[in-house]
Unconditional design. Structure first.
Length: 329
């Protein structure tokens, strides 16, 4: 199903204060500008999520992702394929760049048939490297985010035309010691088929999995807070790009004790099954290989400084903040 409104039946996950991961998904959005529609006089809700220095943070490496039957079907009866998404994008009135982008970064909406493989042990996997692997490294990291939710549904207009707002800054290292700073410029409504982001700031809702919003390679998650936006990427003190697409999400814990990314059927994880025993939430920061341009979102590897074993630099950022705190404002 597609998300069309905020659910009042979702449990209230947050206490104050509370120790609380972006990336298919993946996911992400693009805008032409930060122009906003007319705001209501009072926010529907506001929330602040933070993690201080010295708390557990991970850098997620590229790797395969096991495909669950509920979301992706079986080799004989596959689901969540790319072709219907491209067709929907071509029929939509969004940016003309989107259909080509989906071919280059399909994981934001689907798992193409040609990328799927049955392993010798019988596992059905997305065999190409993804940002949703079980391989991660401990790094240093901290962040602060404030979410202001003004609307329950995506308003009409260009991706940047939304009254929802947010502030977000994160600082972290990579496993080779390079230093990063990510700063949100403005919130957007991603112009991708099926996405319903409630104005670009989503509070107390559900996305990913089979919802149609966010990468289906992530499980369907109870979401404390999420945003989609465009902003700056600084590496080792230098601004390397100011039009990077980003997705930030504070959700129920989706990593088990072995740091494996679980599936929808495994959720919710019992307190003792979570990577940090008893931790109720964690925050994901995802910068996919997508850049905002005046014509729409386009494929553009994130210019990280982290070199992979194959000699190439990692083309995305997926940072996990495992000990964050949430405050309702």
């Amino acid at each position: 199903m597609f998300l069309t409104s905020k659910s009042n039946s979702k449990p209230n996950f947050v206490t104050q204060p509370l120790a609380v991961m972006v990336a298919s998904a993946l996911l992400a959005g693009c805008a032409y500008s930060a122009n906003s529609g007319e705001k209501t006089s009072k926010p529907l809700a506001e929330m602040r999520v933070t993690q201080e220095e010295g708390k557990v943070t991970y850098w997620v490496l590229p790797g395969p992702r096991k495909l669950d039957r509920e979301t992706f079907g079986t080799p004989d009866n596959p689901k969540m394929l790319l072709e219907p998404k491209i067709k929907a994008a071509m029929q939509a009135k969004g940016p003309a760049t989107v259909p080509e982008l989906l071919k280059q970064v399909p994981i934001i909406v689907a798992a193409p048939q040609k990328a799927r493989k049955v392993m010798p042990n019988g596992d059905y996997v997305f065999a190409q490297p993804t940002p949703f692997s079980n391989d991660a490294r401990i790094i240093e990291g901290s962040f602060e985010a404030t979410f202001t939710d003004m609307v329950e549904t995506d308003p009409p207009g260009k991706p940047g035309q939304t009254p929802d707002t947010a502030e977000f800054t994160a600082e972290f290292s990579d496993p080779q010691g390079n230093e990063y700073r990510v700063v949100l410029d403005h919130v957007v409504k991603p112009p991708f088929p099926g996405y319903e982001t409630q104005g670009g700031v989503m509070l107390d809702s559900v996305h990913h999995g089979t919802t149609g919003t966010g990468s289906p390679l992530m499980p369907e998650v109870d979401t404390v807070a999420a945003l989609w936006g465009v902003g700056e990427l600084h590496i080792n003190g230098e601004l390397v790009d100011d039009h990077r697409v980003m997705h930030l999400m504070t959700s129920e814990v989706v990593r088990n004790k072995d740091y494996e990314l679980v599936h929808t059927r495994d959720l919710p994880l019992a307190p003792e099954e979570r990577h940090i025993n008893g931790q109720e939430h964690h925050t994901h920061l995802m910068l996919p290989p997508i850049k905002a341009t005046g014509k729409g979102p386009v494929f553009s590897p994130v210019p990280t400084a982290f070199e992979l074993p194959n000699g190439k630099n990692q083309p995305f950022l997926h940072i996990m903040f495992e000990q964050d705190e949430v405050e309702r404002l």
